[in-house]
Design a protein around this ligand. Structure first.
Ligand code: NAD
Length: 251
């Protein structure tokens, strides 16, 4: 299937590695031009070289509004439009209710919710200029069922879904499609680092997943490329789990 992505332009955030990189790679493999961002220039340089000569990067900390403004300002000084935005950032830290301070909450809100607000606001004028604009918010299975010891993720990520569902009506006048993707366990470098500390933790997670294993990044990126592409032109306001069947609720 041709996803009709050749020469289309996408901003993929937090993409020096992991889920963001898998999406940038899938889009780039389909002929799109990708702009990635992250906090470390060295990692971004390495990632961009793996994505090919048409990829480019900007250093930006997405938890800072001024960085997001600068990032999109730099893009709009070079491009007249954007065809899509993949919204992704690092995860908020673990912790229980009694262990987390107000500052922890505020930092997590900036990183997880406000980064999505700022990115959406700043890119909207560029997206409006595309003939098939689309935003895909990357969240987590935690929006469907809470994960132990991840209170900040459990509490703040659902707000991104609330925003996405509302924007499905509000941004429709600009013909901008919005959707969300909810990964379960995808074996990125970060997950590998966590699991290397406990083989038994990995085994017990695998045992809970009906497919019996965690997903691979290249089972995530292409799904997102499809949702961002003009081929999915009638999918709007949807939330898709990519979790090997881990979530077992009815809705
Ligand atoms: P990762 O650590 O492998 O990659 C995270 C990327 O985000 C890196 O490129 C890092 O540089 C960048 N980043 C972190 N904080 C940033 C910031 N403030 N500004 C800009 N860039 C920043 O992690 P991952 O496994 O790819 O996960 C990505 C996101 O998806 C995280 O929020 C994570 O909690 C969430 N998530 C991951 C999984 C999974 O199984 N991998 C499942 C559910 C949710």
């Amino acid at each position: 299937m041709d996803l009709n992505l050749t020469d289309r332009i996408f901003l993929v955030t937090a993409a020096s590695r992991g889920l963001g990189f898998s999406v940038a790679k899938a889009l780039s493999d389909e002929g799109a031009k990708v702009i990635i961002c992250g906090r470390s220039e060295d990692s971004l340089k390495k990632a961009t070289s793996m994505l090919g000569e048409r990829a480019q990067y900007y250093v930006a900390d997405l938890s800072k509004q001024e960085d997001v403004k600068k990032l999109v300002g730099n893009i709009s000084s070079q491009m007249l439009h954007l065809d899509g935005l993949f919204v992704n950032a690092g995860g908020p830290p673990p912790g229980t209710f009694s262990a987390l301070s107000d500052d922890d909450w505020k930092r997590a809100i900036d990183l997880t919710l406000m980064s999505a607000v700022w990115l959406t606001r700043e890119t909207r004028p560029l997206l409006k200029m595309s003939d098939s604009p689309s935003i895909l918010y990357s969240t987590s299975i935690s929006v469907k069922q809470p994960i132990d010891n991840l209170l900040l993720s459990n509490a703040i990520r659902p707000a991104v879904i609330g925003m996405m569902r509302t924007l499905a009506t509000e941004l429709a006048s600009d013909h901008i499609r919005v959707n969300a993707v909810c990964p379960g366990y995808i074996y990125t470098e970060r997950v590998e680092e966590i699991m290397s500390a406990s083989k038994s933790a990995e085994e017990s997670i695998n045992a809970k997943i009906p497919l019996g294993r965690m997903g691979k990044p290249d089972e995530f990126g292409p799904v997102c490329a499809f949702l961002l592409s003009p081929i999915s032109s009638y999918i709007h306001g949807a939330l898709l789990l990519v979790d090997g069947g881990l979530y077992q609720g009815m809705m």
